[in-house]
Design a protein around this ligand. Structure first.
Ligand SMILES: [Zn+2]
Ligand SMILES: [Zn+2]
Length: 117
C-alpha cells in the first residue's frame, strides 16, 4: 500500500500537499478535499450518492487540525467544524487531481475503495 512520506496543509494558498513513497506529489485544494468527504453526513450510505454539494462549502474553507488515523488514513478538523470525514491513503490517491491521475474527480458520487459506482 502507498503511504505518504509527508503531508502538509498550507493555509496560505489553501492546499494540502501529499508526498508519496513512490515519488508522486499530490496537491489538493482544501475545498476540493472537503467536497470529497466520504462520511455518512456527506454521502448517502445506501446509494453512494453525494448529498454535500460544492456550493455548500465555502471558498474560504480551511483545515484547522489534522490527525493520523492508525497508519492508513488522516482525519481533518475543518473550519466549518466538520470532523467526521476520514481520508485513507488509498482514497487520497484516487482523488489526486494531477494530469497523470486523470485530473480532478467529479463530486457526484463517493469514490469507494471497492470501486462501487
Ligand atoms: Zn463529511
Ligand atoms: Zn497524481
Amino acid at each position: 500500500m502507498e503511504t505518504p512520506t509527508d503531508i502538509k496543509a498550507r493555509t496560505s494558498d489553501r492546499t494540502l500537499r501529499v508526498t508519496w513513497q513512490a515519488g508522486h506529489d499530490s496537491t489538493y485544494a482544501f475545498k476540493y478535499l472537503r467536497c470529497h468527504c466520504g462520511c455518512a453526513n456527506c454521502v448517502d450510505e445506501r446509494t453512494g450518492i453525494r448529498t454535500l454539494k460544492p456550493d455548500d462549502v465555502s471558498e474560504a474553507i480551511s483545515i484547522e487540525e489534522m490527525s493520523l488515523v492508525g497508519n492508513y488514513a488522516v482525519q481533518f478538523r475543518w473550519s466549518d467544524s466538520h470532523t467526521t470525514g476520514i481520508y485513507s491513503w488509498d482514497y487520497l490517491l484516487r482523488l489526486c487531481p494531477c494530469d497523470k491521475c486523470g485530473g480532478p474527480k467529479p463530486f457526484d458520487h463517493r469514490l469507494s475503495p471497492l470501486g462501487t459506482k
